[in-house]
Design a protein around this ligand. Structure first.
Ligand SMILES: [Ca+2]
Ligand SMILES: [Ca+2]
Length: 495
């Protein structure tokens, strides 16, 4: 089920000095794919121009992805704050678990909508479920609100069904779809397993004895050789050592049962109990990309002679490619804090990164790029950031979380026709915000369009990683610990 946390207490209706009557309503909206919402600007005596290109006091929008819309009043010259129109796809079950203070909302579910709490005066809410609308004791549609519940099919022709594939896992960190049609999985304690996605049966492959499982460190990222049938290599990154944690990348060979013949490709990377990075990606030209964290030492990411706080690039035998930007060094880009998601798509390399209390980032990685940490958080927009950015050619993120952290983690790419709403989308999961996100990429892949669509908030707990199957199903794993983690399948289904 989808949990929606909606607290919209006058979030956009605040004053702009003397123009304090110019505001937008509803403050924010949730609509389903294919639906539209009316937006109205109040208090402008001139022409209202909207960021959509439309003019007029009232407009109707039918966005296909979640988006921010603002308006400008010609007489005051003032822009309003933005209205966020969230576009949601049909899911199997939807929980509306917070009060709705204001706004127009249409919630749809293939099966059931459960509503608790209240709908305030001024809110206009429609629950539409295929089978059942369930309102908890104490649910209240207050005087002045409009509330409607109907039984009917989603506007979407597809909905998303979730299924628990496996449980009793302990801190799975990497999940990926293998060429054997099994899900390959690492767990932080040092275990590598294959999971049958149909039955959930877990087959143990290997356990790495020297893994130092400490804090955020342990056995982390994994990638398989792209030609695994002929080159059955498994690349793993993990922490090791005793007094001072280190990190290494090791290539093992899969003999059909277990992992043999470890070959260290890169070692003595500084590790720590936090900020170890450790996503691995192999590109079609057979280069291994590695994310490293700053290992809780902010002097490292801007130091091009150190491999921490970087995106690294090596050949599959561990040697340094001749065309790397710093001769003889694995460093590909600098200024990263703790990137824990990475995917290659559209001939581009995307990463997701944890910010420090603010500004979690999605970045498009360029050779020799500087991404700013620790001098810059998110965009180059405050204090000494603009000066540092122009002096150091800092590349700004293509998305940033702004004034809070969501704890961005596993990142993947979706382009399967079985769920058109996610075509050319980056999919991501987060730990702190316990949410699955779909980000629409622009056609050229260079930017993110509008706001992400959110799914499953607080439903499964902390979420660590994603895998996508060739037939368009998505798998996510939780990161709650205590041998209580799950592998969940998300499957597009016809209505
Ligand atoms: Ca993955
Ligand atoms: Ca900033």
């Amino acid at each position: 089920m989808k949990n929606l946390s909606i607290l919209l207490f006058l979030s956009t209706n605040f004053a702009f000095g003397q123009y304090n009557t110019f505001y937008l309503s509803p403050a924010n909206s949730v609509i389903s794919t294919g639906q539209s919402v009316n937006l109205t600007a109040s208090g402008c005596t001139g022409t209202v121009s909207w960021s959509t290109g439309q003019t007029g006091i009232s407009i109707t929008v039918s966005p296909v992805v979640s988006t921010k819309i603002s308006a400008t009043c010609s007489t005051s010259g003032q822009s309003t704050n933005e209205v966020i129109v969230e576009v949601r796809s049909c899911e199997e079950n939807v929980d509306v678990n917070s009060g709705i203070a204001t706004g127009t909302y249409v919630f749809e579910a293939n099966n059931k909508i459960a509503g608790i709490s209240f709908i305030n005066a001024g809110a206009n809410v429609h629950f539409k479920a295929g089978k059942q609308v369930s309102l908890s004791t104490g649910f209240e549609a207050k005087p002045g609100s409009v509330f409607k519940a109907t039984i009917g099919a989603c506007t979407d022709t597809l909905y998303l069904q979730t299924r628990r594939v496996a449980d009793k896992l302990n801190l799975p960190w990497e999940i990926l779809w293998g060429p054997d049609d099994f899900i390959w999985m690492t767990e932080k304690s040092g275990k590598i397993s294959r999971v049958n996605p149909q039955t959930g049966q877990i087959t143990s492959v290997f356990s790495i004895a020297e893994v130092l499982n400490n804090g955020e460190g342990g056995l982390l990222g994994m990638v398989l050789h792209p030609d695994f049938i002929n080159s059955p290599y498994v690349y793993l990154v993990y922490n090791y050592g005793v007094s001072a944690p280190l990190e290494k990348i090791v290539r093992f060979t899969y003999d059909g049962t277990t992992l043999i013949n470890p070959q260290t490709l890169l070692d003595n990377i500084v590790g720590a109990s936090i900020h170890n990075g450790s996503r691995l990606v192999i590109t079609p030209d057979l280069k291994l990309f590695i994310t490293t964290g700053d290992a809780n030492n902010t002097s490292l990411p801007q130091d091009t002679t150190k491999v921490n706080g970087k995106i690294l690039r090596i050949n599959l035998d561990g040697s340094i490619p001749a065309d790397n930007p710093y001769v003889g060094s694995a460093v590909w880009s600098i200024g990263h804090r703790n990137p824990q998601g990475m995917v290659y798509a559209n001939d581009k390399l995307y990463t997701s990164m944890h910010g420090p209390l603010i500004e979690d980032e999605i970045n498009l990685i360029q050779k020799k790029g500087n991404y700013g940490w620790p001098s810059v958080n998110g965009p180059c927009d405050s204090g000494s950031e603009p000066a540092f950015c122009s002096a150091n050619n800092v590349i700004e993120p293509i998305f940033s979380s702004g004034g809070s952290t969501w704890a961005f983690c596993g990142l993947d790419y979706y382009n399967n026709s079985s769920y058109p709403a996610w075509q050319n989308n980056l999919l991501m999961v987060s730990l702190k915000n316990q949410t699955f996100y779909a980000f629409q990429l622009s056609n050229d892949g260079n930017s993110i369009v509008g706001q992400p669509t959110l799914y499953y908030t607080n439903q499964f707990g902390r979420l660590r990683d994603i895998a996508v199957s060739p037939d368009g199903k998505v798998y996510i794993c939780t990161s709650n610990g205590s041998n209580n983690d799950q592998l969940i399948e998300i499957k597009p289904m016809a209505n």
